[in-house]
Design a protein around this ligand. Structure first.
Ligand SMILES: O=c1ccn([C@@H]2O[C@H](COP(=O)(O)OP(=O)(O)O)[C@@H](O)[C@H]2O)c(=O)[nH]1
Ligand SMILES: [Ca+2]
Length: 428
């Protein structure tokens, strides 16, 4: 019987996943207010000794859909969804620690896309919910996270947890995050050329674990998967869609339906009489990405870690396994896109957007970022990097997740390079 216990211990050493809370336990509450959903992470840390950094002991996770931006016109209702999640923390954190437990909310692209007024109204209501709670509300606890910070955190998360930031031989891997409303690309440039050729605000340096990292990172607002659907339909940035019908060759011919995003209702459908299938769809999607993104030469040959909707769609189409994840080539997405788009009747049960999504991912990778067909993308489930994380959100990699874990080593604010280069007309 002891053997059976042993293999388990090797996988989950006791210092990584202890079962019982100890005396020096403290908590942190983090909300990830994404464009498609709001998530709460309740972290438990243990400080084993005063000279050591606190270690992450456990995490409780819950999420709700839609995201805050869906309540653009009802900020109080939006804040209600946050309150319901925060009630979980009341149960999870022992009462004597409430006052010491910080609660923070970071919003991403959904709120970035809203008008300043609507976004601020939502943040204000959330702030009120926090202040009415028994928890510690630090200054600036409710805010919109900067896009480059989002990219950097994802990069740190993946590279720190795969052990690439400690020790000598650091083989860091670049990260690709495809969210609902924005998408981020982040990597550590190896060539001087990349540093010279990149727009100044794409380069960020920060110090961590006594090393200085100068990363290439950018967040493209409006290039997340859901935003790209609207862009393809020609409906992005329409305040009121006025019952107008948006049609696309990427959708099943006979389809007519409604879709809510960012508090707006859209009607959409297939090309009843016209063309459908991969070719016309690719041309439609191409208009959304072509010439809109900066293409750093050096990424063509390197491999990346792709997650969020890259992972989701790869799992949906059996390109990779939900539990194990896997390694993909860019052309695998193209192959699947063709298969789905040219046989839309056969994929009836799946999302009507499957063809559009896969085609967009293909175009974004190839024509947007300029990846080669054979560029390797590693897409792993969350549980692969976070073996202790609860099963409830397998298949996710958290960009925001590790702020608490790394905050002691992440010195000061990241700094954006100040190169007085002329800004290129890029969105983000
Ligand atoms: O902790 C998380 C939260 C979200 N996601 C993924 O991110 C995508 C949704 O993007 P989001 O709502 O965060 O949009 P954003 O605001 O980042 O554009 C989905 O694929 C989620 O599975 C994730 O991998 N980890
Ligand atoms: Ca996100």
């Amino acid at each position: 019987h002891s053997n059976r216990v042993m293999w388990f211990q090797d996988l989950f050493p006791p210092n990584v996943c202890p079962i019982n809370a100890k005396a020096n336990t403290f908590y942190g509450i983090m909300f990830d207010a994404g464009s498609t959903g709001t998530r709460i992470h309740i972290y438990t840390f243990v400080q084993k000794s005063p000279e050591n950094l606190p270690e992450l002991e456990g995490e409780i996770f819950e999420s709700v859909k839609p995201g805050l931006s869906a309540y653009a016109d009802q900020p109080e209702k939006g804040a209600e969804t946050v309150k319901r999640l925060l009630d979980m923390a009341i149960d999870a954190v022992p009462p004597h620690l409430w006052k010491k437990t910080p609660v923070v909310l970071k919003a991403t692209a959904g709120l970035r896309l809203l008008s300043e007024e609507k976004a601020q109204a939502l943040l204000l209501e959330v702030k009120e919910v926090f202040e009415e709670s028994p928890f510690l509300v630090p200054e600036n606890s409710v805010s919109i996270m900067d896009g480059s910070y989002e990219g950097i955190l994802a990069w740190i998360t993946v590279n720190f947890l795969t052990g690439q930031l400690s020790g000598q031989n650091q083989h860091t891997v670049g990260t690709l995050d495809l969210g609902g409303a924005s998408t981020q690309i982040t990597f550590l440039p190896r060539f001087e050329e990349t540093l010279k050729e990149s727009p100044g605000d794409f380069l960020t340096s920060f110090e961590m674990f006594n090393s200085t990292y100068k990363l290439y990172t950018h967040s493209y607002l409006g290039f997340g998967l859901k935003a790209a659907r609207l862009a393809t339909l020609g409906a992005l940035n329409m305040e009121a869609a006025d019952g107008q019908m948006f049609r696309s060759s990427c959708l099943p011919k006979q389809l007519e339906a409604e879709w809510h995003f960012g508090g707006v209702k859209y009607r959409y459908g297939g090309n009843k009489e016209g063309e459908t299938g991969f070719k016309p769809c690719y041309l439609e999607v191409l208009k959304v990405v072509k010439g809109k993104l900066h293409q750093p030469d050096e990424i063509r040959g390197s491999s990346f870690y792709a997650f969020s909707y890259y992972y989701d769609r790869a799992v949906d189409t059996n390109l990779i396994d939900y539990e194990q994840g896997g390694v993909l080539e860019v052309r695998d997405f193209e192959r699947k896109a063709k298969e789905v788009c040219d046989n839309m009747e056969r994929y009836n049960s799946a999302s009507p957007f499957l063809c559009m999504d896969l085609t967009y991912i293909t175009a974004l990778l190839k024509e947007g970022f300029g990846f080669r067909d054979n560029t390797l993308l590693q897409s792993r489930p969350r549980s692969f990097i976070f073996p202790c994380a609860a099963d409830t959100h397998k298949g996710r990699v958290d960009a925001i997740h590790k702020t608490f874990l790394i905050h002691k080593n992440f010195k000061g604010k990241y700094q954006q390079e100040k190169k007085n280069k002329k800004k290129q007309p890029l969105q983000g």
